[in-house]
Design a protein around this ligand. Structure first.
Ligand code: FB9
Length: 493
C-alpha cells in the first residue's frame, strides 16, 4: 500500500510547481495521514522529495460531532422518530437525543403540537439536516466552505473543535522522479564481479542513526562474577593473560608443564582430543623442545625425570585445553626469552574443557580462575600470603592449606575455607609452586620461582546466586527469568 501511495504521491507532486501539504494529500487520497508520512519519509531517504515540517490549525469533529455526522443531528432524529399519526411528547423525551432534539426540531418548525390530540406530529414532509451536512464537510477536510458564524455555532454546540495539526510541506527533492528508485543497502561480491554496481544507487550511511537500543537484557551471572574477580586481580596489580585460544597443543597443555605423556589426565577419558586439525602446526624453537624431551625422558636440573621415551607425535596432538595453566606456561616461556628477567603477576579467567562425567555441579567445561606470580626467591609462605590477600577480598578470612599433588607443582596445596552456613571446611581452590623441571627448560633464571593458584568461576557464582544445579546457571535449561542479583555471599557467612 505504501509503495502505491508513494508513487501516487510522486505524481501529485509532479503536477504542482512548489509543493503540497501532506494533510491535503491524505484527504485527497482518502488515506490516513500516517500512511502519507510513512511514504514521504521513505521518498525523502531516497532524495526524491524534500520535507518541511509545518503546523496549522485544523477543524476536527468531536466525538458527539462524529456521531451526528454518522447518524444525523438530534433534531433530525427526533423528526425521523415522529410517526405520521404523531406521538406523545413524553415518548420523544425518552429518546437519548430527545431533550436536545425536540426543542431544535420545534424551533426549526419541523414538528408541532396537534392541539386536538396534544400529540407531537410532523409539520413538514421532508427536512434538510444542515448540521449533519456541515459536519460532513468538516470531516472531509473542507471546513473552509463554512463561514465563521457556522463554525462558531458548531463549536458552541461542541460538535467541532480547532486543533493544531503537524503536517509536512512536500516538494520535489534533488533526485525527484515519478518512479521509486530502489537504493541498495550493501555492495555485494556479485555487483563488483559483474560491474553492475555502476548502475546502482546506494543508500547513504545515516551517521545520526541511534540504532535500536535493546529494551531488555541481562548480563549472565558468570560474566558479572568474572568482572568482580577481574577487578580483584587488577587491584592486586595483576595483568590479564591472553586466553583466546580454546585449542591448545598437548605440548603446551601438558609437556611444557612436565606432565608425562602416560599421565592418566592425558587420555581420552579426561581430555578432548581434536580430530581436525588433529596436530598442532605451530611449535616452539627446537632447542626448547629438546630440553623438554630430555627432562621428561632422562631428567636434568637435579631431577631424575620420568625415564620414558618421550614422543613428539604425542606432544603435537591438539586438545581442548584442560586448564588455563597452558597459557601460563606460554607466558612464562615468553618471559624467559626476555633479555633480562622482570618479576610479573599474571591472571586469567576463561573456559577450560575436561572429558569428565557430568553431574549437578560439574559439566564438561568450566571457567578456571588462575593467578601466577614470578619473582626471585618466592616461597610457600609468599603463596600462602597472597592466597590470604586474594580470598580476603572475597570475604573469606579463615583459610587452611592441605598438602596435595599436581604434576606441575611441588609443593602443592589444596585451599580450604570454613563455611559458617554449612558448618564445615570447603575446598576453595588449588595451588602450588611450579617445578624446576618446568621452569628451567624454559630458560628462567634458577633463582626465580613461580607460585600459582586456581579455582573455578562456577562454584562461587553458584554460591552467590544460591544455585544448586549447574544446569540452572549454564546450558539450555537456564531459566530466562533472570536470577536476581544479591551481594556476594561470603563463604564464611
Ligand atoms: O573453585 C573451587 N571451589 C570454590 C571456589 C570458590 C568458592 O567460593 C568463594 C567465594 C569465593 C567456593 C568453592 N574449587 C576448584 C574446589 C572444588 O570446587 C572442586 O571440587 C572443583 N574444582 C575444579 C576442578 O574440577 C575438575 C575447582 C576447579 C579447579 C581446581 C583446581 C584449579 C582450578 C580450578 C587449579 C589450579 C592450579 C594449581 C596450581 C597452579 C596453577 C593452577
Amino acid at each position: 500500500m505504501t509503495h502505491s501511495v508513494a508513487e501516487t504521491l510522486l505524481c501529485c507532486i509532479e503536477k504542482v510547481d512548489d509543493g503540497v501539504d501532506s494533510l491535503y494529500i491524505a484527504t485527497e487520497l482518502e488515506v490516513d495521514h500516517q500512511v502519507i508520512i510513512g511514504a514521504m519519509n521513505s521518498l525523502e531517504a531516497h532524495g526524491q522529495v524534500g520535507l518541511q515540517p509545518r503546523s496549522s490549525k485544523h477543524w476536527e469533529l468531536t466525538r458527539e460531532g462524529s456521531e451526528i455526522a454518522e447518524l444525523g443531528s438530534h433534531e433530525a432524529r427526533v423528526f425521523g422518530s415522529t410517526p405520521v399519526g404523531g406521538t406523545p411528547k413524553t415518548e420523544l423525551m425518552k429518546l437519548a437525543f430527545g431533550k436536545v432534539g425536540f426543542n431544535k426540531a420545534m424551533a426549526n418548525e419541523w414538528i408541532r403540537v396537534d392541539k386536538k390530540t396534544d400529540r407531537i406530529v410532523k409539520a413538514v414532509e421532508n427536512i434538510e439536516d444542515q448540521v449533519r451536512e456541515k459536519l460532513l464537510l468538516v470531516q472531509r477536510g473542507q471546513a473552509s466552505q463554512l463561514d465563521d458564524k457556522e463554525k462558531n455555532d458548531l463549536k458552541r454546540r461542541k460538535l467541532i473543535s480547532e486543533v493544531m495539526v503537524k503536517s509536512f510541506w512536500i516538494s520535489k527533492g534533488s533526485s525527484f522522479s515519478t518512479t521509486i528508485t530502489k537504493q541498495e543497502t550493501e555492495l555485494t561480491a556479485e555487483m563488483i564481479a559483474s560491474g553492475n554496481w555502476k548502475e546502482k544507487k546506494f543508500k547513504p550511511y545515516n551517521f545520526e542513526a541511534k540504532g535500536i537500543a535493546p529494551d531488555c537484557g541481562y548480563l549472565h551471572p558468570l560474566m558479572k562474577v568474572r568482572t568482580q574477580f577481574r577487578q580483584i586481580f587488577l587491584e592486586m596489580g595483576f595483568t590479564e593473560m591472553p586466553t583466546n585460544n580454546f585449542i591448545e597443543s598437548s605440548f603446551w597443555n601438558f609437556d611444557s608443564l612436565f606432565q608425562p605423556q602416560q599421565h592418566p589426565a592425558r587420555d581420552q577419558h579426561d581430555t578432548f582430543f581434536l580430530s581436525d586439525p588433529a596436530l598442532a602446526h605451530e611449535f616452539p624453537p627446537e632447542e626448547y623442545l629438546e630440553r623438554v624431551k630430555k627432562v621428561h625422558s632422562e631428567g636434568g636440573y637435579g631431577s631424575q625425570g620420568y625415564k620414558y621415551d618421550w614422543k613428539i607425535e604425542e606432544a603435537q596432538k591438539n586438545v581442548l585445553r584442560t586448564h588455563t595453566t597452558a597459557v601460563s606456561s606460554r607466558m612464562l616461556y615468553a618471559l624467559a626469552q626476555q633479555q633480562n628477567f622482570t618479576p610479573v603477576k599474571f591472571f586469567s579467567i576463561d573456559r577450560v574443557f575436561r572429558n569428565e562425567t557430568v553431574d549437578a555441579t560439574h559439566l564438561a567445561e568450566f571457567h578456571q580462575i588462575e593467578g601466577v606470580v614470578a619473582d626471585y626467591g618466592l616461597t610457600l609462605g609468599d603463596l600462602m600470603g597472597i592466597l590470604h590477600q586474594f580470598f580476603t577480598k572475597l570475604g573469606i578470612t579463615k583459610l587452611r592449606f592441605k598438602p596435595a599433588y599436581n604434576p606441575y607443582t611441588e609443593p602443592s596445596m589444596e585451599v580450604f575455607s570454613y563455611h559458617e552456613g554449612l558448618k564445615k571446611w570447603v575446598e576453595v581452590g588449588n595451588s602450588g609452586m611450579f617445578r624446576p623441571e618446568m621452569l628451567l627448560p624454559m630458560g628462567l633464571p634458577d633463582d626465580v620461582s613461580v607460585i600459582a593458584w586456581g579455582l573455578s568461576l562456577e562454584r562461587p557464582t553458584m554460591i552467590k546466586y544460591g544455585i544448586n544445579n549447574i544446569r540452572e546457571l549454564v546450558g539450555h535449561k537456564v531459566p530466562l527469568k533472570m536470577i536476581h542479583d544479591s551481594p556476594i555471599c561470603r563463604l564464611d557467612s
